[in-house]
Design a protein around this ligand. Structure first.
Ligand code: FAD
Length: 386
């Protein structure tokens, strides 16, 4: 693997950097600098802006709206995006349901749903988890009964990120309660405005509302919203999860977090123990570089046409552990400055203000996308043959 950028790649990097400088809204940069999360309108405005450039669905084949970039170009873009203070793209449309639709969907489904994803117009959420069906996803019970021209959906989903923002949900439902657990599941696309859907907020430990419970009572979903065949949901679910896990490694955003941490330390004139803070940051940087090279290998393999495999589980484990370590370091290095949870004013250095909020949110990253214990089971089985 050649790790030097070519002259064309350096030119590409320069042009992306200049574009980001012109196009990332100042308000969005500030949100990132404070370690906050964008609002729905900030996020969607940014995604529409990328969509206009054809830069939203970076990994997709060109025929469906991808930019036709190499893995290296995508990597350069992601680093430049993060370092410019722009948020990552919401994964549900671009990284999850999009690849499902262009791989398993009918021509009509591709025509109907893909343009809304590549333009950033349609927001999606993921209806997989249920009470008693998280790690053991195949135990899901939400029922979809086939009627004449629609499915009648009844049941409950939980931990549904951004359900209150979303126009559409991709949802695993049980279409055959008699079949073996995995075989009776199907993959449906559900319009969130359909009567019978109720969304209830769950407030998480970081004080925000990202999560929801979603209840379905006699919700009618047209038959044409079934992706693939009835009973094929489990195959599709597994395909989608490997896509989900690679995006969770979050290398570019960890570089941004590290840069903020370094800046924070340098900005505080009375900070006494800079040498030990710098040593800690160097250790984190080394770990991040190691993760980055593993990420390179996986992403480069996909350029050669190889599908994502179980190594996406390894990326998920290491990436999320590192995100947690970095947020912990930010809180500990900030010390008293990081206790400014509710302070509206800047304390010490503004980057420390939201350190505990971010720290608390990231406790969940080893759980979402399939818990890290489950990823270790996948590696044990698929890579080590245990
Ligand atoms: C912030 C956040 C956002 C989320 N967003 C979404 C979303 O948008 N859509 C969605 O569908 N879901 C979402 N989830 C749900 C997430 O995918 C589940 O929480 C996760 O799969 C774990 O399931 P569970 O919570 O039911 O825990 P459980 O499955 O009950 O697990 C509890 C503990 O037991 C361990 N465990 C369970 N089984 C095994 C085993 N066989 N071997 C070893 N250890 C095991 C787990 O690792 C975990 O530590 C989100 C979760 C969080 C926290």
């Amino acid at each position: 693997m050649n790790l030097e950028f070519t002259q064309e790649e350096l030119d590409f990097q320069k042009s992306i950097r200049a574009w980001m400088r012109e196009n990332v809204p100042e308000a969005l940069e500030r949100v990132s600098a404070l370690g906050n999360m964008p609002t729905k309108s900030q996020q969607q405005q940014w995604e529409r802006c990328l969509g206009k450039q054809g830069w939203l669905a970076l990994t997709w084949p060109e025929q469906y709206g991808g930019p036709g970039w190499t893995a290296t170009q995508r990597y350069i873009f992601d680093i430049e995006r993060a370092m410019a203070g722009a948020p990552p793209t919401s994964p549900f449309g671009v990284a999850m349901v999009g690849p499902v639709i262009y791989t398993f969907g009918s021509p009509e489904q591709k025509e109907r749903w893909l343009p809304g994803i590549t333009s950033g117009e349609t927001l999606w959420c993921q209806g997989y988890s249920e009470p008693n069906a998280g790690s053991d996803l195949a135990s899901l019970k939400t029922r979809a009964e086939r009627k004449q021209d629609h499915y009648l959906v009844n049941g409950q989903k939980i931990w549904t990120t951004q359900a209150h923002w979303a126009d559409m949900m991709f949802c695993l439902v049980r279409t055959d309660p008699e079949a073996k657990k995995q075989q009776g599941i199907s993959f449906l696309l559900i319009d969130m405005k359909t009567p019978g859907i109720e969304i209830r907020p769950i407030y998480s430990i970081d004080g925000h509302h990202h999560l929801n419970e979603v209840y379905f009572t006699d919700v009618e979903v047209p038959l044409e919203n079934l992706v693939g065949q009835e009973g094929m949901g489990w195959t599709i679910a597994k395909f989608l999860l490997t896509h989900e896990r690679t995006t969770i490694a979050g290398v570019a955003d960890s570089y941004y977090a590290l840069a903020r941490m370094k800046q924070a330390i340098e900005d505080v004139p009375y900070y006494t123990d800079k040498p030990s803070a710098r040593r800690r940051m160097a250790e984190l940087e080394v770990e991040l570089m190691a993760l980055e090279y593993t990420n390179f290998r996986t992403v480069a393999a996909t350029d050669e046409g190889k599908p994502f495999g179980p190594e996406s589980s390894g990326l998920k484990i290491k990436g999320t552990e590192l995100q947690q370590k970095m947020s912990q370091a930010m809180v500990e290095i900030g010390g008293l400055m990081s206790l400014a949870w509710d302070s509206p004013s800047v304390v010490g250095n503004e980057s420390f203000n939201n350190a505990p909020r971010r720290y608390n949110f990231l406790r969940a990253c080893t759980i979402y996308g399939g818990s890290n214990e489950i990823q270790k089971n996948v590696l044990a089985k698929m890579l080590l043959g245990l």
